[in-house]
Design a protein around this ligand. Sequence first.
Ligand SMILES: C[S@@+](CC[C@H](N)C(=O)[O-])C[C@H]1O[C@@H](n2cnc3c(N)ncnc32)[C@H](O)[C@@H]1O
Length: 198
Amino acid sequence: MELSAGHARELAKQAARKEALRSECLEALEGVERIVFEAGCGHGHWLTAYAEAHPEQCCVGIDLIAHRIRKGQEKCAKRNLPNLHFFKAELGEFLEILPPAVRFEMTILLFPDPWPKARHHRRRMVQTAFLDVLAERTNSGGRFCFRSDDRPYYDWTVEHLEAHPDWEIESDGAWPYEMETYFQSLMDSFDSVVARRR
Ligand SMILES: C[S@@+](CC[C@H](N)C(=O)[O-])C[C@H]1O[C@@H](n2cnc3c(N)ncnc32)[C@H](O)[C@@H]1O
């Protein structure tokens, strides 16, 4: 089937963007084997504080929005944290281009967009396919940590984790590190779930 000129241009742009991201990651993460990964990190408040408190771990945050990532990078430079990296990237594209040798010791989703309408649920970050890819990247014992103010999204995540053969919800589910994010500061209440890779 022939592609329209517009579609072909879009594919070329996407390929160029992924290639640029791949080079950026290869350079920044040279020799790195394990990361703490935050998807949708916003301004990077949580990950910056976590990286400062855990200098032995390599921390990587991504977000779609460039100025949020710039804020994270500024925090990183100000505090001089060589173990912290922020990339402007879309989650699916990032997971595609990340060098296969990089493993996730912990993945964090803090207040991801809830997409409350049923017809938008397919846009939620938590999907079976996403949990599959995370499981491939995570060794046994690695963790997936999710927090949301949106109860239906929390329930959706618990259901997806319970149905997934590679993840087991931790009954005591201690949150790995408390530090209020921008979105958390706006919320009256929230729920958290922590799962372990079988
Ligand atoms: C509600 S905000 C939460 C930000 C931050 N975690 C916090 O708690 O303050 C959700 C963030 O996810 C980002 N985001 C949404 N979809 C994304 C995707 N597919 N890939 C990367 N980032 C995404 C948005 O740009 C936004 O910054």
